[in-house]
Design a protein around this ligand. Structure first.
Ligand code: HEC
Length: 98
């Protein structure tokens, strides 16, 4: 049995069952781990270089999107590194940090 072929035809037969289609990480979480963890930490509380505790932030999605895109103080601007859609995803993820 050719496994690749079997897997391929399975993909054709089953239109993305949620359990298989779900990526291991939410896209926003992956972006966060790549770009934000070094200052904010996995839980948002690391506080390197005066990075604010994201679990205590009062900024809503709009304010966070602006800040992540344009930067502020020691927080770098990500407007050139991330697409607007990626900024939206990472902001949504940052709002889940408690
Ligand atoms: C180089 C370190 C650094 C990195 C990397 C970084 N930040 Fe920050 N972040 C900061 C600092 C410093 C501040 C405080 C900025 C200020 O007010 O002067 C901050 C503030 C914030 C705030 C505002 C919190 C508040 O209410 O004051 C948010 C939201 C935020 N960062 C999200 C992110 C996200 C999302 C990423 C990844 C895309 C990220 N940061 C990457 C250093 C960093």
């Amino acid at each position: 049995m050719n496994l690749q072929l079997a897997a391929f035809s399975l993909l054709l037969l089953l239109p993305a069952p949620p359990t298989l289609a779900k990526p291991p990480l939410e896209p926003g979480q992956a972006i966060y781990q790549k770009n934000c963890v070094r200052c904010h930490g996995t839980n948002g509380k690391r506080g390197l270089n005066g990075a604010h505790d994201l679990t205590k932030s009062n900024l809503n999605a709009f304010g966070r999107t602006y800040l992540v895109t344009n930067g502020m103080g020691k927080m770098p601007a990500f407007g050139k590194v991330l697409t607007p859609a990626q900024v939206q995803q990472v902001v949504a993820y940052s709002l889940t940090l408690k």
